[in-house]
Design a protein. Structure first.
Length: 331
């Protein structure tokens, strides 16, 4: 195993957690044994990448590694009498000398067993082993705890859904590339009323753990495609509704499409472009919330193919009903 875990993952020492996870996914995919079945060097590098990720992805292990380097595991964790109030794992040796190596002068005993063991001399050493034996119930050497299983990295993914799906809900299918190069199809349920930029968490659908622990999560950030006619404001929907000149003048009923089917909307006689009519309860209906409304803004559309007689008839109507229709227009 190379000594510099940062070099193994091709990272700078100030790398952020997201950078570490991204580097691991890239290098694990690059050196995965399934892709290089007969390459011993690739297998060794894959193991180095896993070991480096196991250390740098764990904040506590990374802090010790940054402080002590590759020998940080021999330092253990601070004991109850030292900083941090952690638990020290006895290995039968001392830092710097391996099992049976080193000397008591090389170790700050207060770091592991408290201030009253910091003194030198035979009495201090004898009391150290006596206290240790009594604390362990005469069983001698403590058993080191099993290595903690690391959780796999979370995967962030953006996906654009149709406008209609964001309002009514539905299901979409994602294609995810896994660290080993496999492409996996994943069906995702979209809740009704989801907003642009919201994130859906899919537990256990992230990257696998490098040590056999639980997989990470998939964090799906939702993007919503634009609709050619409808747009959303909060829980309300808005649409520009074309009406004919006759419908605007004489009034009548017109059909309006909504997320919950077609409804009949009454147009008041004498309506003008820009008139807003509300269709109550036909807006966004998110779970646990009252449905919003649909607002239809009238847009008068002249018929196509008007001839000279038609235009003359419209001119006579305008002369019959004079008035400054732009009197309220101002800068």
């Amino acid at each position: 195993m190379a000594d510099d875990y940062y070099q193994v993952l091709e990272l700078k020492r100030d790398a952020q957690p997201a950078d570490i996870q991204k580097a691991y996914r890239r290098l694990a995919r690059k050196y995965h044994p399934d892709l290089h079945p007969d390459d011993k060097e690739a297998k060794r590098k894959f193991q180095d990448v896993q070991k480096a990720f196991e250390v740098l992805n764990d904040p506590k292990k990374r802090e010790l590694y940054d402080r002590y380097g590759a020998s940080f595991e021999q330092m253990g964790q601070p004991g109850p009498g030292g900083p941090g109030g952690g638990t020290y794992t006895w290995t039968g040796g001392f830092p710097g000398g391996g099992a049976g190596g080193g000397s008591f002068e090389d170790v700050d005993l207060s770091q592991f067993f408290g201030e009253r063991f910091a003194g030198g001399g035979a009495a201090g050493i004898g009391d150290l082993f006596g206290q240790f034996k009594r604390a362990s119930g005469g069983r001698g050497r403590r058993r080191a705890p099993a290595t903690e299983e690391l959780r796999g990295a979370d995967v962030r993914y953006e996906y654009e859904i149709p406008f209609q799906t964001s309002i009514t809900g539905g299901e979409v299918t994602l294609s995810l590339e896994r660290p080993d190069g496999r492409v996996e199809k994943l069906a995702v349920k979209i809740p009704a009323g989801i907003e642009e930029g919201k994130t859906i968490r899919l537990r256990g659908q992230g990257d696998p753990s490098p040590t056999g622990g639980p997989a990470g999560d998939l964090l799906l950030k939702v993007r919503v495609a634009a609709h050619p006619h409808f747009h959303r404001r909060g829980q309300n929907l808005h649409v520009k509704l074309p009406v004919s000149l006759a419908e605007a003048a004489a009034g009548g009923k017109v059909d309006v499409p909504t997320p919950r089917g077609v409804v009949s909307l009454r147009i008041p006689p004498g309506s003008t472009s820009g008139t807003r009519l509300r269709i109550k309860g036909h807006g966004v209906a998110a779970a646990g919330a009252a449905p919003g409304d649909l607002f239809a803004e009238l847009l008068i559309a002249l018929p196509r193919g008007l001839d000279d007689d038609d235009r003359e008839a419209l001119r006579r109507i305008a002369e019959k009903h004079p008035g400054d229709i732009r009197q309220e227009l101002h800068w």
